[in-house]
Design a protein around this ligand. Structure first.
Ligand code: AMP
Ligand code: MG
Length: 332
């Protein structure tokens, strides 16, 4: 057995709405802090969100320093969300990460945000090779690992499911983010309205469903609209997931990303898992949305194979796809 001490890593998340900082020691999450930007009206404005991150990171770092019983000089690496995400937000986050790495003279690790959601689920729930349904504000993908890459088996052809829920929420006059509110309102829905059911192979599309749902606002109750919207969009996700399990023959299924907090979606996905006889893992609500711990945990895997970047190499990648990352830490 190696008696090397588990590395201590600080993870910084800042791809869009959430400023998150976490410190882990090995896989143990010592501290995980996040503050989320809420737009005063409309959707997330990239410049406003990046200004929010720029103000919030120094506050969070101060809190982390005072609450943590270890000195920053004990950190072994800084991991940060390098992409995909909103350019201005990524640049602010990268600036904080680079400064800390230079100041402390420790390695810098550039983490893919989508893969971090996956790695967090795998690490927390101890499943090693799942089929993943990743559902969040900016991304919706069916992912699995094969030959040194995470492969995208299916994905949204337009907007992400979280974005769709939030934009429907705005049309319904609900505060941002609409997803959790729609979940509560949908519980009282009774009538299934006829919305488009969009599925193409293992991919899905949500913007037409949002447009169709908006057209019902004058003629139908908000409860029936929310209920129907969830039923149609989540069913498409569940059907695509079922196909992906049948194709890949994976023995476990992982549900991750902010929308994984939705009980109706969880129930549908668990039913699919039961029918396909696979184990189902759902990332707990407190860690399903964007957070620093997922960046730190993905960073830990990269630390172990010395997947570091220099400051010169650390340009952000706003369109960095899940399937473009060389996954050097999984040995199959
Ligand atoms: P993320 O981008 O992974 O942080 O996830 C944020 C997204 O999750 C937002 O679009 C939220 O509306 C959505 N979300 C959070 N909780 C729920 C919920 N209970 N039901 C549906 N969507 C949710
Ligand atoms: Mg996310």
């Amino acid at each position: 057995m190696s008696n090397q001490k588990p590395p201590i890593i600080l993870g910084i998340e800042g791809t869009a709405h959430t400023a998150g900082i976490a410190v882990i020691q090995g896989k143990n999450i010592l501290l995980n802090k996040a503050i989320t930007y809420t737009p005063s009206q409309g959707g997330i404005h990239p410049r406003e969100a990046s200004e929010f991150l720029g103000k919030t990171f120094p506050e969070l770092l101060k809190e982390v320093k005072s609450e943590l019983s270890l000195n920053f000089s004990m950190l072994d690496a800084i991991a940060f969300s390098r992409g995909p995400g909103l350019g201005p937000c990524l640049r602010t986050t990268a600036t904080v990460a680079r400064s800390l790495a230079l100041l402390l003279n420790i390695p810098l690790i550039g983490v893919n945000h989508c893969i971090a959601h996956v790695e967090l689920g795998k690490s927390l729930l101890q499943t090693c090779d799942p089929l993943v349904l990743y559902v969040s504000g900016g991304n919706t993908q069916l992912i699995t690992y094969l030959n040194e890459k995470y492969r995208v088996l299916g994905e949204t052809l337009d907007i992400a499911i979280g974005n769709a829920l939030d934009s429907l929420g705005r049309e319904l006059g609900l505060p941002h983010p609409g997803g959790p509110q729609i979940e509560q309102i949908a519980l009282k829905g009774e009538k299934l309205l006829n919305l488009p059911y969009v599925i193409k192979g293992m991919s899905f599309s949500f913007s037409g469903v949002v447009t169709a749902a908006k057209r019902f606002i004058k003629s139908h109750s908000i409860t029936d609209i929310c209920y129907s919207f969830q039923e149609f969009t989540f069913s498409a996700l569940a059907e695509a997931t079922e196909r992906a399990i049948a194709c890949t023959k994976k023995s476990s299924l992982l549900l991750t990303g902010g929308v994984a907090a939705n009980q109706r979606l969880q129930d549908m996905i668990k039913e699919v898992a039961l029918e396909q006889e696979v184990e189902c893992f759902v990332v707990p609500k407190n860690l399903s949305g964007d957070n620093g711990a997922m960046i730190a945990l993905a960073g830990l895997n990269m630390f172990q194979v010395k997947d570091f970047i220099t400051v010169d190499q650390s340009r952000v990648k706003p369109r960095w796809r899940t399937d473009q990352v060389d996954v050097s830490w999984i040995h199959s």
